[in-house]
Design a protein around this ligand. Structure first.
Ligand code: FES
Length: 107
């Protein structure tokens, strides 16, 4: 692991099946962890950049998360906002899987 980053264990691999997500916190940030259908893992800030909503209260479709409040969507791989009313991308965090555990690096 990269020692310069602050890696925090956020979940057990078995807690998050493929196609599912998990709301957690790391380093004082609200973090959404995603385990996509292709087996890849991703993490983004769990707070929508439009207004205040937790993205994990929304819907994961493929690699896009839809906000529960005004249906803004983000690419969970890149944090990129995909449609109105999103004007600002959401922060992403590196994810590592080590054995049975999932770690996220937070600044
Ligand atoms: S709060 Fe997420 S789209 Fe408005």
């Amino acid at each position: 692991m990269d020692d310069a980053a602050n890696w925090v264990r956020v979940a057990a691999v078995k807690q998050v099946s493929k196609g599912e997500m998990l709301a957690t916190e790391a380093g004082g940030r609200k973090v959404a962890v995603f385990h996509l259908d292709d087996g890849s893992w991703h993490a983004i800030e769990n707070v929508c950049t439009h207004a205040y909503a937790l993205l994990t209260d929304g819907w994961l479709e493929g690699d896009a998360i839809e906000c529960p409040l005004h249906a803004g969507r983000f690419d969970v791989r890149t944090g990129k906002g995909l449609c109105a009313p999103i004007e600002q991308d959401v922060a992403t965090f590196p994810v590592r899987v080590e054995g049975p555990d999932v770690f996220v690096a937070v600044p």
